[in-house]
Design a protein around this ligand. Sequence first.
Ligand SMILES: Cc1cc2nc3c(=O)[nH]c(=O)nc-3n(C[C@H](O)[C@H](O)[C@H](O)COP(=O)(O)O)c2cc1C
Length: 179
Amino acid sequence: MEEKVLEVIKKRRTVRKFTDESVTDEQVETILEMAMYAPTYMNRQPWHFVVIRNKGLQEQLGETLGIRPYIQEASVVIAVYGDPEISNTWDLDGSAAIENMLITATALGLGSAWAGSPGNLAWGDAEGVMRDTLKVPSGFRALSLVCLGHTAKMVVPHTKDERYDRTRVHYGDWSNLKL
Ligand SMILES: Cc1cc2nc3c(=O)[nH]c(=O)nc-3n(C[C@H](O)[C@H](O)[C@H](O)COP(=O)(O)O)c2cc1C
């Protein structure tokens, strides 16, 4: 089992080209169930997830964020929200949930992409668009979008040679590397 998890983590890549095939509601629920197994500060679970299957909104978000056309192509887009009133680590907690979602999507044979973040200039506009259309109550903050679909263009997995950077790992103190 452990090996399988490691294989799936290695296989995950950002997919930006999707087919028309639908992601099922059952798959979405599995992905969201796994999201909610993620650790959170003091177990506060300050998250909400909005499941979007609305091509009009998806197109608008793609345009606002300048990442067309894969947001429109995605069968489902999940908007991840945090409640800063519940936890001031809502963004860290939500990010842990998102990584679980991407790994689960990969395990289910689906393609996925993490898109948008509060640091991005256009994100405020996207957040405004979603607040109105998705009827988001005030106080909740949009963290990112998770785009899900069936992969149209396979992305080759990273390799250890390409990815594992020994100069970033310090043993005991900063000066001690194992190169
Ligand atoms: C916080 C965050 C925001 C991201 N936003 C975008 C985005 O707006 N558009 C996009 O195409 N990819 C986005 N990505 C995906 C990264 O570009 C991608 O993970 C990175 O290039 C590495 O490629 P890989 O995921 O295939 O390993 C985002 C990733 C993170 C963690």
